[in-house]
Design a protein around this ligand. Structure first.
Ligand SMILES: *[C@@H]1O[C@H](CO)[C@@H](O)[C@H](O)[C@H]1NC(C)=O
Ligand SMILES: *[C@@H]1O[C@H](CO)[C@@H](O)[C@H](O)[C@H]1NC(C)=O
Ligand SMILES: *[C@@H]1O[C@H](CO)[C@@H](O)[C@H](O)[C@H]1NC(C)=O
Length: 334
């Protein structure tokens, strides 16, 4: 797969360089494959084509160093957006509630990871042949990643604590009702958890309070004495101490905040270059893998199952990669 993506982008760049009329070909196929709404609007089609070409150049750069031990990038549903458009639609205006931003590289001694006495591999999607993780969600253009990741960890903790299949909880309820956050325009997972504790509000199912992907008025259901409540939570930083994140993962998935600026065209592999520390997204770690040369976290995203590795990414453990160790939360539910 890595080779074919690489060959594809290289071929496209080659066509551009030679000025081959790709407009009638590959880009139109892209527009068709992703059912882009501007397919029949020549002006926008033209401007999107130019953006697409710029993204191919960016993808080519991100694919350096081009070897299999690192992440690779390629064309996907976001490849016709400018970085600014991507930021506005899919990243969040991060509003840390009570934790200062830590914006640098912090190295954890990774040798220690192998002497913790924990399993070499943990994946809550397949834990003793049972999944404690719901299907990958899609936030679309709502900057509510903080609510998605909070709800996702609640689902998994509920399933783990009760030995049940994870429920699909209402992310929309958290987006609409959480007083300490700003709905689809931004928020913070710790603030969301604090609000869930302070308010004693139970989170109902997605079926009872469905996702609309816009911020709306809070419609707490009259019946909402039933639902999942947060009992307690922790919100800490594990800089230079990512071993403790692995230990925490043995209790269940974690919410983390990250810099996802360069994640848009991620396709697979372990992210270990090309990531900064400007926090603008929240995701969930559902496991880790220490069996290969590069130890990595298994990271659940909320950009749909057609993003990355069936909705997931792999991020290197031990270097606060993308700021992943700076804001880490766990919770228990009742
Ligand atoms: C991949 O590329 C990096 C940077 O050029 C290099 O350090 C590393 O050894 C390479 N890995 C493999 C497996 O070739
Ligand atoms: C999981 O399923 C596999 C294949 O069916 C089986 O060999 C294995 O023993 C199971 N593991 C557990 C922990 O149940
Ligand atoms: C939260 O509650 C659980 C279950 O009672 C308990 O095991 C855990 O230690 C508590 N965590 C915190 C941070 O209070």
């Amino acid at each position: 797969m890595w080779n074919s993506i690489f060959a594809f982008t290289t071929l496209l760049l080659f066509e551009f360089t030679l000025g081959i009329d790709i407009f009638g070909g590959t880009f139109l196929k892209y527009v068709d494959q992703y059912k882009k709404s501007y397919a029949n609007h020549p002006d926008e089609l033209h401007s999107r084509f130019n953006i697409f070409k710029e993204n191919l150049m960016r993808i080519e750069k991100l694919n350096q160093p081009n070897n299999k031990s690192t992440a690779w990038y390629g064309i996907n549903k976001f490849s016709d957006l400018t970085p600014e458009e991507f930021k506005v639609s899919y990243l969040t205006d991060w509003k840390p509630h009570h934790h200062p931003l830590k914006t640098q590289n912090h190295v954890t001694q990774t040798e220690k990871l192998y002497t913790l006495g924990i399993p070499e591999k943990l994946d809550w999607r397949d834990f003793k042949n049972k999944s404690y993780v719901s299907q990958v969600k899609n936030q679309n253009s709502c900057g509510g990643c903080w609510a998605f990741s909070t709800a996702e960890v609640m689902e998994s903790m509920y399933a783990i604590q009760k030995h049940l299949t994870p429920p699909d909880l209402s992310v929309q309820e958290i987006i609409d009702c959480s007083l300490y956050n700003a709905g689809c325009t931004g928020g913070d997972t710790c603030a969301a958890m604090e609000w869930l504790i302070d308010s004693h509000v139970p989170v109902v199912t997605d079926k009872d309070y469905p996702l609309t992907d816009t911020s709306e008025n809070c419609k707490l259901l009259p019946t909402s004495s039933t639902g999942v409540k947060v009992m307690n939570y922790t919100c800490n930083s594990y800089l230079q101490n990512e071993h403790d994140m692995l230990m925490l993962l043995s209790n269940g998935p974690l919410t983390v905040s990250v810099d996802a600026t360069l994640w848009a065209n991620y396709q697979g592999g372990i992210i270990q270059h090309h990531c900064g520390y400007t926090i603008n997204h929240a995701v969930v770690i559902v496991g880790y893998d220490l069996t290969g040369d590069i130890p990595y976290y298994i990271v659940r995203n909320s950009w749909g199952p057609d993003f990355g590795i069936e909705g997931y990414l792999h991020v290197k453990i031990g270097e606060n990669m993308c700021g992943i160790a700076g804001h880490v939360s766990t919770l228990h539910v009742v």
